[in-house]
Design a protein around this ligand. Structure first.
Ligand code: NAP
Length: 243
């Protein structure tokens, strides 16, 4: 069965991607690291919509667990067609307040985790000479938002990685693209102080934050054959924030 693995799919953007890709006909593997109940809720939504899927616990910052996620997904459904590298975190702090351990955590998840999963999935996709990898980046990969030096650096790294992997894997029929959302209403945004939220809303020409479903629409489109000749691209969707 056509299969999509989505990292960090217990909630937020990842969950919306899982629900959407299941509607598109993929068996979805909903990865989570801690929130089992939330992951189960995501699977319940998939099934309520007539979809197929499973949940799988793996901390993708551990290369062995990332490999196991891809291995078990293949074992369950026979193949891996789409990987959505989505599990990420934000560690906002001004330079002088930055703690080494938050720097490490952010790079471990937002950069190394993406590499580990891409490597494991590409190995499976190599054999069937087809596959799609979609990396969840952010407008912060290109934009300079004060307090986001670490987060921006990780997302900038993802944009570079996306382009290089697209070049490396193209001849194997594997497409690699990234989605760069602006502010999206998820728990990640909920933690912002109200005055910051207000400031950001004013900065968005469309004067609203995006929704996880709107990100999932772009992911679904990139995964589809409508994008069969699209690779190495960073698709920005931010209500005009970065203009
Ligand atoms: P979120 O609501 O905080 O969800 C994060 C997800 O990542 C959860 O499912 C969490 O599951 C999972 N996760 C965390 N650590 C993990 C680990 N070590 N291994 C596996 N899964 C792990 O985040 P979100 O807002 O949906 O963001 C998703 C992605 O979109 C991130 O890459 C983020 O940078 C990007 N993005 C978000 C926004 C935004 O405004 N929200 C904007 C641009 C880009 P557990 O709880 O089970 O650990």
């Amino acid at each position: 069965m056509k299969t999509a693995v989505i990292t960090g799919a217990s909630r937020g953007i990842g969950r919306a991607c899982a629900v959407r890709l299941a509607k598109d006909g993929y068996a979805v593997v909903i990865n989570y690291s801690r929130s089992e109940e939330e992951a189960q809720k995501a699977l319940d939504i998939v099934k309520a919509n007539g979809g197929e899927g499973m949940i799988y616990r793996a901390d993708v910052t551990d290369p062995e667990q990332a490999k196991a996620l891809i291995r078990e997904a293949e074992k369950a459904y026979g193949q891996i067609d789409v990987l959505v590298n989505n599990a990420g975190m934000v560690k906002d702090a001004y330079l002088l307040m930055l703690e080494t351990k938050s720097l490490d955590k952010c790079f471990d998840l937002n950069v190394k985790g993406y590499f580990y999963c891409a490597q494991a999935a590409a190995l499976k996709m190599f054999r069937k000479k087809s596959g799609v990898i979609i990396n969840m980046s952010s407008v912060s990969g290109d934009m300079a938002l004060a307090g986001q030096s670490v987060y921006s650096a990780t997302k900038g790294a993802i944009n570079s990685m996306t382009r290089v992997l697209a070049r490396e894997l193209g001849e194997r029929g594997i497409r690699v693209n990234a989605v760069a959302p602006g502010f999206i209403e998820t728990e990640m945004i909920d933690v912002l102080p109200p005055d910051k939220k207000e400031e950001y809303l004013k900065a968005v020409p469309m004067h609203r934050f995006g929704t996880a479903d709107e990100v999932a629409n772009v992911v679904s489109w990139l995964a589809s054959n409508a994008c069969a000749y699209v690779t190495g691209q960073i698709i920005t969707m931010d209500g005009g924030l970065s203009l």
